[in-house]
Design a protein around this ligand. Structure first.
Ligand code: PMP
Length: 425
């Protein structure tokens, strides 16, 4: 069905006003006007099951967070140049969820800024400039960070100090740990050949944009050792995998069994209010702190801290990590149960409520099928379920519902997926 004249007009107006760099989701873009819990509502008040949004990770418009933001905005909105108790209480609370080696927390407004700051810290500490990332990684939009975000597109130049390694593809590799370590070692060797000292290896806790690779547990160890031997740091980007999403731990890196030197976070930290941060070991921050002052006008402001505190309240009080673990496993099992009928489902993987479903044209050869993946995403949207796709070959369904997802929501999801697959098979 064609787009309505209203939708066409709004798209044209958007292009005229916002320019050519923005992209919309779906062949039939959505015009959303409100959200509640796991549901989003369009301009006609049609409800869509949100199985994709990990910013409002504890549910859309969570009243505890909304009230905390409103209360603080009506009391005091200042920055980190004044003493304020809430930023200290929050930092103590957040750092308590991390390994004891990670002692400090600094605040930014976006994940991109957090990764940009991590790079500055890593450069100061190591004296190096080299960066190793995975082939389809996304780390953000600043100039420095876009140079190590290959998923921005082939036409965006990676820096000459950046090396990419293939994703840890557990679906195709016999020994992910050994292969990943070998690739990281060759990247380090290539940097050295060009006279570049590594500053950092940065990876997403669950390799989100590479195609959602959660395991096997501990597979990062060898790669991180190689980076450290070469004098570089391990930066864990928890912007997508943090705050309980993976179900079995608060942080995605915890499944890898290595303590990072720097951890960056953002997205779900304020459930929609811009809050992001960089946590680091003391030794790593020492020289950076000596050399310059750090001030981020909005980073760590009093309202941001109120939002962030409220998010942790809800994750803890409502047992959302346990829910992510249980409902995530239930949802993966439900999708796996469709595999015998639909061999185009090549692999179902993930942890907690972060799920990747690999779509293949030929299941024996495991051939990625991007066209089929896109058709599934768009038909799911027509069935009022929101997901997207990721991976180098754009053939992995990325399913990332709010942590409050219930078994009933999962059943609804599976029934719609089954319907869409039956149509496309
Ligand atoms: N790192 C990862 C892994 C991300 O997914 C994103 C955002 N998609 C970022 C960093 C950048 O965060 P922001 O958009 O808040 O700048």
């Amino acid at each position: 069905t064609p787009l309505s004249p209203e939708t066409e007009a709004m798209i044209a107006r958007r292009k005229a006003l916002l320019g050519p760099a923005y992209r919309l989701f779906y062949q039939k873009p959505l015009h959303l006007v409100r959200g509640k819990g796991v549901w989003l509502y369009d301009v006609e008040d049609t409800a869509y099951l949100d199985a994709y949004n990990n910013v409002t990770s504890i549910g859309h418009c969570n009243s505890h967070v909304v009230e905390a933001i409103a209360r603080q905005a009506g009391t005091l909105a200042t920055n980190t140049r004044y003493l304020h108790g809430s930023i200290l209480d929050y930092s103590a609370r957040l750092l308590a969820t991390m390994p004891p080696e990670i002692e400090h927390l600094m605040f930014t407004c976006t994940g991109s800024e957090a990764n940009d700051l991590a790079l500055r810290i890593a450069r100061t500490f190591t004296g190096g400039t080299g960066i190793i990332v995975t082939e389809t990684a996304y780390h953000g939009i600043t100039l420095a960070v876009s140079e190590f975000s290959p998923s921005l597109g082939e036409k965006v130049d990676l820096g000459c100090h950046v090396r990419t390694v293939p994703a840890p593809d557990s679906y195709r590799s016999e020994d992910v740990a050994a292969e990943f370590e070998k690739n990281v070692r060759s990247a380090i060797a290539d940097l050295k050949r060009h006279g570049i000292k590594p500053a950092m290896f940065i990876c997403d806790g669950i390799f989100s944009s590479d195609g959602v690779f959660d395991g096997p547990t501990g597979f990062l160890k060898g790669a991180v050792e190689a980076v450290r031997e070469a004098g570089g740091l391990y930066v864990a980007d928890e912007v997508q995998s943090g705050f309980g999403r993976t179900g079995d731990a608060m942080w995605g890196f915890q499944r890898h069994g290595v303590v990072p030197d720097i951890v960056t976070m953002g997205k779900p930290m304020g459930n929609g209010y811009p809050v992001a941060g960089v946590a680091a070991r003391h030794a790593v921050l020492e020289e950076f702190g000596r050399n310059g002052r750090y001030f981020n006008t909005f980073g760590g402001n009093a309202v941001a801290m109120a939002a962030a505190h409220a998010v942790l309240d809800v994750i803890e009080n409502d047992g959302l990590m346990a829910n992510a673990r249980a409902v995530g496993a239930y949802l993966r099992e439900g999708i796996r149960a469709l595999q015998p009928d639909y061999p185009l489902i090549g692999d179902v993987r993930g942890a907690g409520l972060f799920i990747g479903v690999e779509i293949v044209g030929n299941p024996l050869a495991r051939t990625p099928d991007a066209a089929l993946t896109s058709a599934i995403v768009n038909q799911m949207r027509d069935e009022q379920v929101l997901i997207s796709a990721c991976a180098k070959a754009a053939n992995v369904l990325k399913i990332r519902p709010p942590l409050i997802f219930t078994r009933e929501n999962a059943d609804f999801f599976i029934s719609k997926l089954s319907l869409v697959l039956s149509r496309l098979s």
